[in-house]
Design a protein around this ligand. Structure first.
Ligand code: GCW
Length: 836
């Protein structure tokens, strides 16, 4: 008899400290009032596999540990039918066990879940389907949902992958949560415990594949030693049904193989790839396939040899075909040296220009992986028209969980509502309903494969993504990839119950903040379809609208003294709208029928152009930036109502981040408003922009050892100026008398927190210490901002409820450290409830 008792392959279900390591799989104990009085659990778990690498086996262990943790009941776990005759939670595949339900209704990876008092049946069409069913059942229990169930759940699309942009040196491109869990010092580490834990999280949301290395790929991944390392990664993930894939560097035959060419039609190149592929599959027989970024942002590709992108994709497709593998070929092919003086040039057009003519030429195990919008993961874009321009080609949508352009996990942005606008976008191919989600599921154009790729970039940080809150995006991504019909708010509620518990107050607060987060972020970073107005030449984080234009990257806004927006119409602009099918093209061609939230994406208008709302564009800009920042101010305050409702670690960590976000949203608001005010010369109708009656600028304070300094972009400093210490071996002071009426105030201090040093600050009121802090956000937020004084490093700290008498003296002292010269921008003395 093979019975296992509580042998856990994964971390203790509820860690003593809520450090985030278990994500939404915490399995927190349910209180007595959350358990039904007549709860009748089955007497045992029967997971019909004795193979320890089988997801069915894993499901049994997961159920045993989960039930123990949530309900404090230890159910014996059996693996063979004749071992137990009593009531069970049965986990099996349809192939292993017949007689419960006609198997025909289950699709690949689908499952049946039947819950009755005393008996539970979980049947997967595949082994991992069974594991998905087990996770579904556990999720119900963890959320206190014990009702009977009888359901069949099938995934909407076969490809539900994540992509990691991990480099072999252990760094992660656009990663905000520490170093790689897959690579260290150009090799694959021995200890892959975190990799298994990640696979567990992924499996619980239905993810079945992961590409483990950056699309900007390193050819050295393909050495024999590294292939073996990849094999160990695959071994670590296999018990969870997550298959691995790898990104390839197109030039590998030359750079690694020593061939004179990487021409995809050259016989030596073909043989090189076939040989490599066979070696990889010898070590990893179930490898999912390859991901290829070619001829994009400096990466090598077939165009070098005047071969087509299809030639390039098919080269790999033929190599993996005998092994059942697939090739995800990225559509993110564009020229990043386009001429901004050319009014017809438009990066948004490139994907269709490159791929449309190739429709029908890709082998059937190639899937073209298309970013959701035509530019690049912006806060608002129309759906890429490419989805409806290559009907004979398998497609997948690429979404970004890592918040590259969305606040880099230092701002809370719940992205599922944005993804939903794209997935529900109707491309109207041949005037027929053509929702993006139906295209990528293969339904709309009868394609065999297709689905989802989400760029995740988890790191070694125990919260995985660098922030507890950001995990909602990974959770929602998996659930949407499984079923894109789901409501983002309902997904959020599931995540919240699993992550923070079922207290209605917690649920209400989290829902309120989250559902407001994307609209707020769009408002304070770039609304009306102008894109995230960030620094596109540097780190894609803080405000820098000027960086968008006059360079080859093509994320242009075409801003000038009179107006703003990219004219993408056929009649007078770049012609992009003509890449859409007729009904969509017609809608975007005309200003009248273009929705306001995409207006500037499609049209160039004067600042005085009146929107459908009745407001001129420029006034809308000002108002939206103010409204967005105002909403962000409410986040920490609303969150504070959860004190004592959530464990201290996570409560404080989240509070710190939301306060940071509130401060940085003011930086965004002011920089953007000031920039467009300077350009247009049109004042804010309500007089807010540039007027800060509660602020005292550092440059006007009495300064000791401080000097004026420039900030770039200039508008990221209040009053366009900041001060820094005269050298990096010194300390200094900025002092001012407060001529405000006596009363209670919040005192906010705007400063800059740079990479390369941790300056120390103290704020005193009449010589009494109010607050002491360091320029160490890089540690606290786990995010490196900038080496300079700019919109990335600009930040604010607020001291609440300070009793001030008219004439009091406020002094800030700064001590330099490294390159950080204790920069100061301004202070704001805010009466209760006032936002400066
Ligand atoms: O958005 C850009 C990112 C790059 C990324 C590229 C891509 C991996 O800034 O960091 O490179 O897209 O998607 O290939």
């Amino acid at each position: 008899m093979r019975v296992s008792w509580g042998l856990l392959a994964f971390p203790a279900a509820v860690s003593a400290i809520e450090n985030g390591i278990n994500g939404w799989l915490r399995y927190a104990p349910l209180s007595n009032d959350q358990r039904p009085p007549n709860l009748r659990l089955p007497g045992a778990i029967m997971a019909l596999s004795t193979n320890k690498t089988s997801p069915v086996y894993t499901a049994g262990q997961e159920l045993q540990a989960g039930i123990k943790s949530i309900l404090n009941q230890t159910l014996p776990l059996y693996h063979e039918l004749d071992e137990w005759l009593g009531s069970t939670i049965l986990v099996a595949t349809t192939g292993q066990f017949h007689g419960v339900e006609p198997a025909a209704t289950l699709a690949d990876d689908g499952y049946l879940l039947r819950v009755r008092p005393g008996n539970v049946v979980i049947m997967g069409q595949t082994e991992r389907g069974a594991l998905y069913g087990a996770f579904d059942y556990l999720s119900r229990i963890a959320q206190g949902r014990f009702s009977d169930a009888d359901l069949i759940a099938n995934p909407d699309a076969p490809i539900r992958w994540v992509n990691q942009w991990d480099n072999m040196d252990g760094s992660i491109e656009r990663g905000y949560a520490g170093a790689s869990i897959f690579f260290r010092n150009n090799t694959i580490p021995e200890d892959l415990n975190r990799v298994s834990q990640y696979a567990r999280l992924l499996a619980s949301i239905g993810i079945n594949g992961i590409v483990v290395n950056n699309v900007n790929a390193n050819a050295n991944l393909l050495t024999d030693a590294n292939i073996d390392g990849l094999g160990r990664i695959a071994d670590a993930m296999r018990p969870y049904g997550v298959q691995i894939g790898i990104s390839l560097n197109f030039a590998s035959p030359q750079t690694l193989g020593g061939l004179s060419t990487f021409d995809p039609l050259d016989q030596s190149v073909i043989s090189w790839w076939v040989d490599k592929t066979n070696r990889i599959y010898r070590r990893i027989p179930d490898m999912a396939g390859y991901l290829v970024k070619a001829n994009s942002e400096g990466q090598a590709g077939p165009l070098t040899y005047n071969r087509t992108l299809a030639d390039g994709a098919n080269l790999f497709a033929k190599a993996v075909q005998p092994h059942g593998g697939i090739v995800m070929f990225r559509a993110f092919v564009y020229d990043n040296h386009i001429d901004p003086a050319d009014l017809k040039a438009d990066r948004a057009k490139h994907a269709v220009e490159f791929f449309k003519g190739l429709d029908g030429q890709f082998l059937d195990n190639v899937v073209v992986q298309i970013k959701y919008g035509p530019i690049d993961f912006q806060v608002r874009e129309p759906a890429s028209p490419l989805f409806a321009n290559i009907p004979q080609t398998n497609t997948a949508i690429e979404l970004q969980i890592t918040q590259e352009y969305l606040g880099q996990q230092s701002h809370l942005v719940y992205i599922a509502p944005l993804w939903k606008t794209i997935l529900d976008f109707d491309l109207r191919a041949d005037d027929q309903p053509s929702l993006v989600r139906d295209v990528v599921a293969g339904r709309r154009f009868s394609n065999k494969r297709g689905g989802y790729a989400g760029v995740v970039n988890v790191g070694t940080n125990t919260t995985w993504l660098g922030s507890h809150l950001a995990m909602s995006n990974l959770y929602a991504y998996g659930r949407l990839a499984w079923d894109p019909n789901q409501d983002p708010q309902a997904l959020l509620e599931d995540w919240t119950r699993l992550t923070f518990g079922s207290d209605p107050l917690v649920l209400g607060v989290v829902t309120e903040i989250y559902m407001a987060s994307w609209p707020a972020y769009e408002n304070y970073t770039g609304n009306l379809g102008i894109q995230t107005l960030t620094d596109i030449l540097y780190t894609h984080y803080g405000p820098n609208p000027a960086s968008q234009d006059n360079n080859g990257w093509g994320q242009w806004t075409r801003v000038d003294h009179d107006g703003i927006g990219m004219d993408r119409t056929v009649s007078t602009g770049t012609g992009f709208s003509g890449q859409c099918h007729a009904e969509v093209a017609e809608k975007f061609e005309s200003i009248e029928t273009t929705p306001d939230d995409l207006l500037l994406w499609f049209h160039h208008v004067n600042y005085t152009h009146v929107l459908k709302s009745g407001k001129p564009v420029i006034q809308h800009f000002y108002d939206a930036h103010y409204a967005g920042a105002e909403t962000a101010q409410t986040f920490p305050i609303t969150w504070e109502s959860l004190r004592n409702k959530i464990d201290t670690e996570r409560f404080n960590d989240v509070l710190f981040r939301l306060r940071y976000q509130a401060g940085h949203s003011i930086v965004w608001r002011d920089s953007i408003c000031q920039f467009y005010y300077n350009l247009s010369g049109i004042p804010d109708g309500t007089g807010r922009v540039g007027r800060h009656e509660y602020r005292i600028e550092a440059e006007t304070m009495a300064l000791k050892n401080y000097k004026l300094t420039e900030v770039n972009p200039v508008e990221t400093a209040s009053n366009l100026t900041a001060v820094v210490l005269v050298s990096n071996h010194t300390s200094g002071e900025a002092t001012t008398k407060l001529n405000f009426d006596s009363g209670k105030y919040d005192v906010a201090i705007n400063y800059f927190d740079l990479i390369g040093g941790k300056a120390h600050y103290k704020a005193f009121l009449n010589g009494k210490l109010l607050l002491e802090w360091a320029g160490d956000l890089e540690d606290k937020l786990g995010h490196t901002f900038s080496t300079k004084l700019d919109g990335h490093s600009a930040t604010r700290v607020t001291i609440r409820d300070v009793q001030i008498q008219k004439g009091d003296v406020l002094k800030i002292t700064g001590v330099a450290e490294g390159n950080e010269l204790a920069p100061l921008d301004c202070i704001a003395v805010l009466p209760q409830g006032v936002i400066d």
